[in-house]
Design a protein around this ligand. Structure first.
Ligand SMILES: [Mg+2]
Length: 229
């Protein structure tokens, strides 16, 4: 059954519960700075998702730099939320960047699954997230110890889904495509990237919303990894 030697995990939305952590911090921001009759919490959160997803998509495609996400995000969200105040947007941005990575919600079964897999495989993180915050997330959520290497796109100058990113990951972990598998929630970065280098992949799709993909496995819950790996 054990066909693989190396498991590559994505971090955000796969192990670290980005949405729950982010909503927690955004709710605090909303109640302190944004709250109004015109813009309810739900709309504020929706505006964040819309702006943040669009900026991340542009970043993943190499269209914008990291600083643009960090600088523009809350300016755009406040504009859409009927509040426009540049210093406030900057203040909120700093607060969010400091607080969010320190929140520790993980996707259900993360610890149980990592504990099970750690005995059988080498585990590594492959992320397009930024060096400074990814380390904080792993440490604060108590999951750093499960991973041998944390490979960030920022540190190597290439992003998922590029071939260069994955080739770097193979050489850094002394592995090759046939003995490794990528586990992630993003079809454009994790799964397309694995396909680009002929590596198997597991598409983590907790929403269950059907989308065509070329991953070898699709799971709705992390605990299903204990059946397929
Ligand atoms: Mg992800």
């Amino acid at each position: 059954m054990v066909k693989y030697k190396v498991l590559f995990f994505d971090l955000d939305h796969t192990l670290w519960d980005y949405d729950t952590n982010s909503i927690e911090v955004l709710s605090e921001i909303y109640h302190k700075h944004v709250s109004s009759d015109a813009v309810g919490l739900e709309l504020f959160l929706k505006n964040f998702t819309k702006v943040n997803d669009a900026l991340w998509d542009e970043y993943n495609r190499g269209k914008i730099e990291k600083e643009v996400i960090r600088k523009d995000r809350f300016v755009k969200i406040l504009e859409q939320s009927d509040v426009y105040d540049l210093p406030l947007a900057q203040h909120i941005s700093e607060f969010y960047l400091f607080e969010c990575p320190r929140r520790t919600h993980l996707m259900p079964d993360t610890i149980e699954v990592l504990t099970y897999l750690k005995d059988k495989y080498e585990l590594h993180i492959l992320t397009n997230g930024f060096d400074d915050v990814q380390e904080i997330k792993l440490n604060n959520a108590g999951i750093k110890k499960y991973f041998d290497k944390v490979i960030t796109s920022e540190s190597i100058g290439h992003k998922k889904p590029s071939k260069e990113f994955f080739e770097y990951a193979f050489s850094a972990t002394n592995s090759e495509n046939r003995e490794a598998i990528m586990i992630g929630d993003n079809l454009k970065t994790d799964i397309a990237g694995a396909n680009n280098v002929g590596m198997d992949s597991v598409y983590f799709n907790p929403s269950g919303y059907a989308k065509p993909h070329k991953a070898k496995f699709e799971i709705k819950k992390l605990s299903e990894l204990m059946d397929v790996l």
